[in-house]
Design a binder for this molecule. Structure first.
Ligand code: ADP
Length: 377
């Protein structure tokens, strides 16, 4: 005997019993429930799983069309067979159009067994087809995403190559000129300084790319140790003072602030990115200020500038990869949109936070917190 879960929509207990007998004759061992109102049917569909619905056409407060609608409303695609007395050809067509799979006359119940077998098979085929279609759609989506990722990668490689090429061109040009006859020692020194500054910018860009790649392959491997942050800041200032004589770099970082538990090379990278941006996105003569204070068990470090600023909408997406804001087109400032993503990764890896406060046209302040080491100095 084949198990079969049947929902019988029928107002007559007697007719339901006849259906069950017929199912048993056809080799089924039915588990069934009889319902004859919308709420009973809705309840049965919500709380139990069914293989098939067998429905009378017309009941005092319900009809097979209502039952069909209810089953479809619940997103179910169960085989639906109407077993009824004579209902006329038009009504039979109407029920089939509404989604009934078969219509059997009550005086011809021997058709029920074969009809159920056929409908169960059809239903299984429909399910298989649906699954195959879903799998096809998922594969197409995967393919579409893979293509999009490929295109993004190409775009990224193009952008990075361009950004790497720019300082390289300057370095090569400066060194070639420095090596020509007739260049004075002072001129050669300036050219070499210029080449060195561009080489440093190149190295910083490569460092950011390496950090991102380490992060993506779960290999950040921070080496935290108790570190006084002021010397780290001073070494950054020194580097940038050689490059940007036109900006006014100031440090307001009290010497008595406690040490922080950080990987100094990584935090130097973070501050390097922030100071570089502060210089890049603010006009010549502007002040770039690095300040610090203690906030409970955290050290707060800020980098503020008097530059172009960032709108509130843009502030929320800044720390994602490759985000460059539209203003860059306007000001034509070079960059790949990687520095802040790397800052975010490294600060969060230290258990800290990074955020920006900014007023467009007035300037920005990037703030970050870092954990203070246990041993307060
Ligand atoms: P990049 O500078 O290479 O474009 P970043 O990740 O360092 O990449 O910065 C992302 C974007 O955030 C920049 O393109 C710029 O639009 C904006 N931005 C970053 N720092 C500042 C700043 N100090 N002032 C105004 N805009 C900034």
């Amino acid at each position: 005997m084949k198990p079969l879960r049947v929902l019988i929509v029928e107002d007559s207990e007697q007719d339901a019993a006849l259906l069950i007998m017929e199912l048993q004759k056809a080799g089924y061992s039915p588990v069934y429930k009889r319902v004859d109102t919308a709420s009973e049917m809705s309840d049965a569909l919500d709380t139990e799983a069914w293989d098939i619905i067998i429905s009378d056409h017309s009941m005092p407060s319900f009809s097979s069309l209502d039952a069909l609608r209810l089953s479809h409303e619940k997103g179910l695609d169960l085989p639906f067979i109407i077993v009824s007395g004579q209902i006329g050809e038009d009504t039979a067509v109407e029920t089939m159009r509404a989604g009934a799979h078969d219509y059997i006359m009550k005086d011809n119940l021997k058709r029920l067994g074969p009809a159920i077998e056929r409908e169960l098979e059809e239903s299984a085929n429909r399910r298989k087809r649906r699954k195959a279609e879903e799998e096809l759609r998922a594969r197409e989506e995967e393919l579409r995403l893979a293509k999009k990722i490929e295109a993004l990668k190409d775009e990224f490689i193009g952008m990075v190559s361009h950004e790497l090429k720019t300082p390289l061109t300057v370095i090569i040009g400066a060194l070639k000129v420095a090596a020509t006859d007739g260049v004075t020692i002072e001129e050669a020194r300036d050219l070499i300084h210029n080449a060195a500054a561009n080489a440093e910018a190149l190295a910083a860009m490569v460092d950011n790319l390496l950090e991102l790649s380490r992060y993506q392959s779960d290999r950040l491997n921070l080496q935290p140790k108790q570190t006084q942050v002021k010397p780290v800041i001073q070494s950054i200032i020194q580097k940038f003072e050689n490059v940007s004589e036109v900006h006014h770099l100031t440090v307001d970082f009290p010497a008595e602030l406690p040490a922080a538990m950080i990987d100094p090379i990584r935090i130097e990278r973070v501050l390097h990115n922030l100071v570089e941006n502060a210089i890049k996105y603010s006009p010549d003569g502007g002040e770039v200020r690095i300040f610090g204070s203690q906030r409970d068990t955290q050290l707060l470090i800020g980098v503020s500038d008097q530059g172009i600023g960032i709108s509130p909408e843009d502030q929320t997406r800044l720390f994602q990869s490759f985000q460059r804001l539209d203003v860059q087109n306007k000001y034509d400032i070079a960059g790949v949109g990687l520095g802040l993503k790397v800052c975010h990764i490294l600060v969060e890896a230290h258990g800290g936070h990074i955020w920006v406060e900014s007023t467009p046209g007035k300037g920005s302040t990037f703030c970050l917190t870092l954990p203070i080491s246990d041993d307060k100095q």
